[in-house]
Design a protein around this ligand. Structure first.
Ligand SMILES: [Cu+2]
Length: 122
């Protein structure tokens, strides 16, 4: 019985930190995800960890969120994506460490509507 409790507490300590410290970030903060938001400035100074959630709020008929790789980010290519979101209130959880790239298919080129973040291990 004591062993069971010990095991349960052990598992809780392994699982809890990721849940307790996971943060939710509204991309662009108060301004929401608009063409005028400076995404470089918004991401600057923030530290993102695995488990953190990015919330993209935007007008459904004007923007979208396409998850791309580094090339897609640099060249604004939405074609070879690994995820596309159109709801206007998209919540995307970072499940792995590394660089993450998000673009708006319509305004990536036009007004630099793209976001790059680096996600660290918790
Ligand atoms: Cu857009």
């Amino acid at each position: 019985m004591v062993r069971m409790i010990g095991l349960t507490i052990g598992i809780a300590f392994l699982v809890l930190p990721a849940l307790v410290f996971a943060k939710e970030y509204v991309v662009g903060a108060e301004a929401g995800r608009d063409s005028e938001v400076d995404y470089y400035a918004w991401a600057d100074g923030k530290t993102f960890y695995v488990g953190d959630v990015l919330v993209f709020n935007y007008s459904q008929d004007e923007h979208n969120v396409i998850v791309v790789n580094a090339t897609g980010y640099d060249k604004c290519l939405a074609s070879s994506n690994s995820g596309a979101f159109y709801s206007g209130n998209d919540k995307i959880t970072s499940t792995t460490p590394g660089n993450k790239y998000y673009i708006c298919q319509w305004h990536c080129d036009y007004s630099d509507q793209k976001l790059m973040i680096t996600v660290l291990r918790p």
